[in-house]
Design a protein around this ligand. Structure first.
Ligand SMILES: Nc1ncnc2c1ncn2[C@@H]1O[C@H](COP(=O)(O)OP(=O)(O)OP(=O)(O)O)[C@@H](O)[C@H]1O
Length: 625
């Protein structure tokens, strides 16, 4: 879980890309547009070309339709005049050209509809494909992050934001880019018509739309900053939802009667967030309305002008109709373009978050060793100290040596650093001081693959996969993930075969409640599954069990350890346990207190020394008397 640190400055304050510096910040933020287009191109180039074609058609044809409209009106007027003037009018001859134009206009409108359908069909298909692609990118990246990066609340926020929003944003950006293109083409073709009336009309059109655009751009930035700033609250909401709806927490929530408390907090977060949303929405819409009025005003100015020109005979009736239509549609296209630009600005801000996450530096994988310089030397800690990022030392000056065939037990109070030592040994974290050697070579020099193969670890908080029983074992060795024989063998060693055998579908029984017919196991049974999982690593010669039997009954525990010793004779074993009955047979016992080794020796030696170990042992023994 991420630490509960408050988000640091960069999540509460907009990043440089979202900074308020006017034009440069605004333009700089478009740097992700090209990448979004590239992403769509990689996803499906045919659909991207299809989008471009439909955009072109839907962009050019409206102006053509307006021009045909003018020809129709003027055609009608002149046909009417001719019809009235002629003594013997030929109806068909006068209406045929106009009707042909009406037919062409109908065809054009049909084509525009077809292009728009094509656009929306391709957009919805692309949305699904692109959403999947981006989500896979996010998950693949997650696989490369280190444990400490996961525990960093800032990065976790970035990941949450990326997952929640960014999978839909690239397409939104591309749609807007194409929408912009379409409107720009329409606008270009409208301008060609409008400029014949007057270049001033064009200027009026542009000036009328600008204020709305500027306010939209400003509010998009505000919305994004709000989104970024409130990530921690959103995360808390998601967490509360999980607590209130997941079967693994609902038991306790019910028994402690926490529903009301959690719901209250959930509502309070919403109320707070909603107040900010409302404020922004109201401001955004009111300004949008007021500035939009300017656009309407300019339209009616132009309207009056065109009407006057028509009355004084400078324009035909058909031209008047066309110019009014062109002006109206031009205004719509222009404001749509400007809204698209400010929307793109917003999408870019969200995408900047996605790419910030995707570009998180990962620790280079530079270890290549598959064998140490002193094979058979085993494991050495040399004056190792460690502190978690941002906290004080958790381990100080730890030195130990474990040779193949030896067993080590770690004893100590809660929080003394036992699990942390295992995290260092498994390279989940690096020591802040000192070094760890495996077979004489620095742990960092080992190839990840070789190291993983040599270690089998079961942590206290092992994962209860909601998969089939066999797969729950198979995860211990991905190469044998589906190997039923290996499952059975591992289950025998971990003493899970008995109860698995009694299940109706045996190794194919679905575990957990998320899926239909999923079975739940008892705590001890889950532990046996986890233990068997460790035995899947046949080649592992370092076996680590962190509190492996805490949930097991005494008979099972004794049996488990008898088998454990039998299967680990040539191996190095490390055991963490609070039960002295489990610990006593280890070759070396380390007593850890607040990160220091305070005693070391065998059970007998430590009893003789009459120190902390002896005291704790007596205490536990008395409990059993
Ligand atoms: N991811 C982490 N980030 C920061 N501090 C941590 C983290 N994990 C553990 N700690 C702290 O490090 C100390 C040692 O924890 P560790 O889990 O190693 O103890 P432990 O001896 O295994 O305890 P237990 O017997 O309760 O399992 C504790 O004070 C704990 O609060």
């Amino acid at each position: 879980m991420p630490s509960s640190r408050q988000p640091s400055s960069s999540s509460s304050v907009p990043s440089s890309s979202a900074a308020t510096s006017p034009l440069s910040g605004f333009l700089g933020v478009f740097r992700y547009s090209r990448r979004a287009l590239g992403l769509v191109w990689q996803t499906s180039r045919w659909m991207m070309l299809g989008l471009a074609l439909c955009t072109l058609v839907a962009g050019v044809l409206p102006a053509v339709a307006a021009w045909i409209g003018q020809l129709i009106v003027d055609g009608v007027v002149s046909a009417m005049d001719a019809h009235q003037a002629a003594s013997n009018p030929n109806l068909l001859a006068s209406i045929a050209p106009v009707l042909t134009l009406v037919g062409i206009e109908a065809l054009i409108i049909g084509l525009i509809a077809l292009a728009q359908r094509g656009l929306s069909a391709q957009q919805s298909l692309l949305r699904a494909m692109l959403g999947q692609k981006v989500n896979v990118m996010i998950l693949e990246k997650a696989g490369t992050l280190s444990l400490s990066q996961f525990e960093d609340s800032e990065l976790y926020d970035q990941l949450t934001r990326a997952r929640r929003e960014a999978s839909t944003r690239p397409l939104a950006l591309v749609n807007k880019t194409f929408g912009l293109l379409q409107n720009a083409i329409s606008l270009g073709s409208f301008s060609v018509l409008l400029v014949q009336f007057s270049p001033w009309a064009l200027l009026i059109l542009v000036v009328g739309a600008l204020p709305v655009f500027i306010s939209e751009a400003k509010f998009s930035g505000d919305a994004f900053r709000l989104f970024r700033w409130r990530s921690p609250q959103n995360r808390m909401q998601i967490y509360l939802e999980t607590l209130l709806t997941r079967e693994d927490s609902i038991k306790e929530v019910k028994l402690f009667g926490l529903e009301g408390l959690f719901l209250k907090r959930y509502r309070a977060i919403f109320t707070q967030l909603f107040a900010e949303d409302r404020r922004l929405t109201l401001r955004r819409e009111s300004w949008g309305f007021l500035l939009g009025l300017l656009g309407t005003l300019t339209f009616y100015l132009a309207y009056g002008w065109v009407v006057v020109e028509t009355i004084i005979g400078a324009l035909t009736l058909g031209q008047m109709t066309m110019y009014l239509m062109v002006f109206k549609q031009g205004q719509t296209a222009l404001s749509a373009s400007l809204t698209a630009i400010s929307g793109m600005y917003e999408d870019n801000l969200y995408l900047s978050n996605l790419y910030e996450y995707l570009e998180q530096p990962v620790e280079p994988e530079n270890g290549t060793l598959t064998q140490g310089v002193a094979p058979g030397d085993g494991l050495r800690f040399e004056q190792v100290s460690f502190s978690y990022p941002g906290s004080a030392d958790v381990l100080h000056d730890i030195s130990l040596h474990l040779a193949p065939g030896q067993s080590l037990a770690l004893v100590g109070e809660n929080g003394s650093g036992k699990t942390t030592l295992i995290k260092l040994l498994t390279r989940l974290y690096r020591p802040t001081q000192g070094r760890i050697l495996l077979d004489g070579s620095h742990l960092q020099e080992w190839s990840t693959q070789a190291l993983r193969e040599r270690t089998g670890v079961i942590f206290q908080d092992f994962v209860r996969y909601q998969l089939r029983v066999g797969e729950n074992l198979g995860v211990g060795d991905t190469r044998a993930f589906d190997d039923e024989q290996r499952w059975q063998q591992a289950a025998r060693h971990g003493m899970a075969d008995d109860f698995i055998g009694r299940m109706a579908s045996g190794y194919h029984t679905q575990l957990g409640r998320w899926f239909k017919n999923g079975r739940e196991l008892s705590g001890g049974q889950w532990q046996k599954i986890a233990l068997s999982r460790a035995y899947m690593r046949q080649n592992a010669d370092i076996l680590v069990l962190d509190e492996p039997t805490a949930a097991m009954d005494a008979a099972a525990e004794a049996d488990i350890f008898a088998r454990f010793r039998e299967h680990s004779q040539q191996k190095m074993t490390i055991l963490i346990s609070h039960r002295f009955s489990t610990v006593r047979s280890a070759d070396l016992i380390l007593v850890i207190d607040q990160g220091h080794i305070i005693e070391r020796g065998t059970h007998e030696e430590l009893l003789k020394a009459q120190g902390r170990y002896a005291m704790l042992f007596q205490l536990q023994a008395e409990g059993y008397r």
